[in-house]
Design a protein around this ligand. Structure first.
Ligand code: ASP
Length: 307
């Protein structure tokens, strides 16, 4: 059993191997720094729940990833953000969807979890709740990045939606973010945050804030965070499916994740990161690539985009 372990993702999709070397390095360095931060939090005894939130905050504050600052644009040319967090100790969970002025949606999700009797709050109601709890607000224009805006203009012209890592968008910023962790006390947790899909219908909700689809955690089995075409992860109840394969079919974490991604998830859809209560991690995907990293107390420390 590992004392602690962590896995992170910065999105999956049709990431071409022809990405210029300098762009590749920018992403690998960013992943490396965020993974190191999460690793050190766990090493110093921070709880899994705190760690997944703080790590996702780092992703949200970076313009490189499709969450918080780097969020993609919806069909109205605005940024609508989704996030969720779940604590494996007792399945406490919180989520927000379609928020437009919250700097760190995952932290609002945690406040929903800890300070309300609800699990999922949307739009105006979520923002009113945020105000009451002193959460940091920004103008919607804070989320503007030229690259994301240009991606949106392209897709709007074609009247289509896309994961922001599709090959047409070579060299541009990359996807949804997530973190799963096991701490020194044997607890696991998961968190996911996203701007969703470029040119999505306004009001569209993806898998990220839906507990059991894009995010799930239960100390008895695993903690999971997904990335890719949200509709497919909702249809397959992805994160819960991994849990169910472990709990009822008695598969190991690795076998459950592989079975799900190879046999259940539609090809070319995306991927996920997962950790079990022993501290094993698994990061399978069926898209061309996935920005990811994993580390543990036994010395594992790696960040990758492709195999
Ligand atoms: N799963 C996210 C969504 O559909 C998108 C992504 O992972 O890039 O909202």
């Amino acid at each position: 059993m590992k004392k602690f372990s962590i896995a992170i993702h910065g999105g999956a999709g049709a990431i071409p191997k022809t990405v210029p070397e300098k762009d590749k390095l920018i992403y690998l360095n960013a992943l490396d720094g965020i993974l190191r931060y999460g690793h050190d939090l766990l090493a110093s005894g921070r709880a899994a729940l705190d760690t997944v939130e703080l790590v996702v905050n780092e992703f949200e504050n970076s313009p490189l990833f499709n969450a918080g600052k780097g969020a993609v644009f919806n069909s109205e040319g605005k940024n609508e953000l989704d996030a969720a967090v779940m604590d494996g100790r007792d399945r406490s969970c919180g989520a927000v969807t379609c928020v437009t002025r919250i700097k760190n949606p995952v932290s609002l999700a945690r406040i929903v979890m800890e300070n309300s009797s609800h699990i999922l709050l949307c739009g105006k109601g979520a923002e009113e709740f945020a105000k009451e709890h002193g959460i940091k607000f920004v103008r919607n224009s804070y989320f503007f990045t030229q690259k994301r805006y240009d991606q949106w203009l392209k897709l709007k012209e074609r009247n289509t939606t896309a994961l922001d890592h599709s090959s047409d968008l070579t060299g541009s910023a990359k996807g949804t973010v997530g973190c799963v962790a096991k701490d020194r006390f044997g607890n696991i947790a998961a968190a996911t945050s996203t701007g969703g899909m470029t040119n999505k219908n306004y009001g569209r909700i993806g898998d990220t804030p839906l507990i059991g689809a894009g995010t799930f955690a239960d100390n008895a089995t695993c903690a999971v965070s997904c990335t890719g075409t949200g509709e497919e992860f909702i249809r397959t109840v992805a994160a819960y499916e991994i849990h169910a394969l472990m709990k009822y079919a008695k598969l190991s974490l690795d076998r459950a994740c592989e079975k799900f991604v190879r046999e259940i998830l539609k090809p070319d859809t995306g991927g996920l990161i997962a950790v079990d209560s022993e501290g094993n991690t698994s990061c399978p995907y069926n898209s061309k690539g996935m920005y990811r990293g994993s580390a543990d107390s036994d010395g594992l420390f790696e960040v990758k985009i492709w195999e």
